[in-house]
Design a binder for this molecule. Sequence first.
Ligand code: FEO
Length: 163
Amino acid sequence: MLIKEKMLEPLNKQIAMELFAETQYIAIAVYFDTEGLSALASFFYRQAEEEREHAMKFVHYMIEAGATPVIPGLPAPKNGFASAQEAVELALHHEMKVTESINNLVDLAIENKDHATDTFLRWFVTEQVEEVDSMTSLLQVIQHAGPHMMWVENYVRQLAAKA
Ligand code: FEO
């Protein structure tokens, strides 16, 4: 096995975190969908798919490096929100937690001289910069828009068109 023993449990915990993010983002997408905000709903359905891809990157990496990932059970995500702001604040909070967790994993990989895992994790370091930035911007747009949610819908549609 190429992965250092001490990395196994933290890597498994990261799989849980990414899969939890998938379900949380589906729950946020459902909230926007039921509010008739289809661009925001699509944005979060897409984010959920990305989180699944993140989890699967960890699963495949562990197998490729000779480890056996343990697929976790998950806590229930929050369903139903009082406002768009509340939903996106929760998403941003989760992205900050994921960023901290990835940084801790990198620290641990360096400490344990696990160069393979360290290199694998670098993609996630960059990805988290983008994820925190996009969620922060979305929250700012929501705060500026106040009750004018169609402005937010237009902003998200423009983002999707550029992607
Ligand atoms: Fe996989 Fe959005 O962190």
